[in-house]
Design a protein around this ligand. Sequence first.
Ligand code: URA
Length: 444
Amino acid sequence: METPELIRRKRDGLVLTRAEIFDFVERYTRGEIPDYQTSALLMAIYFRGMDRRETADLTEAMLRSGRVLDFSALPQAKVDKHSTGGVGDKTSLIIAPAAAACGVLVPMISGRGLGHTGGTLDKLEAIPGFSPRLSYQEFHRVLEVCGLALGAATEEFAPADRKLYALRDVTATVESIPLITGSIMSKKLAEGIDGLVLDVKTGTGAFMQKLENARALATSLVNTGTAHGKRVHALITDMSQPLGNAVGNALEVIESVETLKGRGPRDLVELCRELTAHMLVLGKVTDSLDDARARYDSAIASGAAMERLARVVAEQGGNSRALEDYSLLPQAQFEDSIVAPEDGYIAGLEARVMGVASMILGAGRERSDATIDPAVGLVFEKKVGDAVCAGERVCVLYSNDRSRVPVALDMIRKAIAISPDPVSPPPLVLERILHAEGAVTMAE
Ligand code: URA
């Protein structure tokens, strides 16, 4: 079919066939369809949407544009977790070793942070010597030896997504559920997994700020994974305040290690336990979420989860002594404190603003080609619901470049809300979507 006819059909709200979708993705990836026609098709998809079958076909076409890893020689179930991104979201560093210690294999391929959100690769690379750039053979070996491997998405994975995402970014077509679904799931399915837990964030720091949009995305992701024969669960979780206390790469590594040693902050511990429990159920280690939660707790208490992280760090070239002696991690030169101006209760720590402030300090990147400073960031000593007295510390800024501090201080001060009345912390897991077919949703 001629490309203008394909665009016309979607523009008029018709359903594209599998052959049409595959033909389009293959020709666009090979450079045979120009960006101006693809932009028009993306905008038509943005307005007209795609049904469940079209979305699954789009995902498959994008997946097949590149390499699909195969770990079928390893007998255990392969299960990963994907988060739609947030501020202070370091769960991957905790749940990948925890799930591995509980008996599933975790072939985790991660990306870098952009804008106000952080990325797992940036956090891992704060560990001196650690390299996520592994060949397929190395990745396979590390997975077999450690039960987890922590790699970087390379050009080989879903190259169609790389091209399409860059075009969506400049044509205001990122916020389309079928396009986001194809983008996320093509990369995750390329990992050769049997199961996937999705952490779909909602709240001011999330990609999907409104619960209804997060639910629609979670449903589409679960449906698409299921259509590809995978076991997929989605949790919709709060991102109205940073997760845990630390935001910034080396600071988040420290908090992750502390969590693996049983000393993590309440919200981070709770989310890691929930996500790991779903991974264990999807990996058929157990069919009970309660039993899976208990297994997570045992893996932390026994040190088995921490031992897995130390092992994978060492296998991937990192200095695992830095996980014991934090002075071996990058250090910031300066500390500035923000204190509560009055007595009361923390009513809000606006996640997006905190992420932007941390980016301004150098922990994140505004553009994908910017460099970051692994040492800098924020540590919150109070979270939503905590009581504070006037003059008590709420947040510490760690910086290396003094010129960036005043703007960040000002933003953070304005993003802290204090109420004279007691405030309940926000619920962390808002909904669970455990099955496809119109998505069975379990409200908490
Ligand atoms: N994350 C992705 O990987 N793709 C999208 O389209 C949006 C978020």
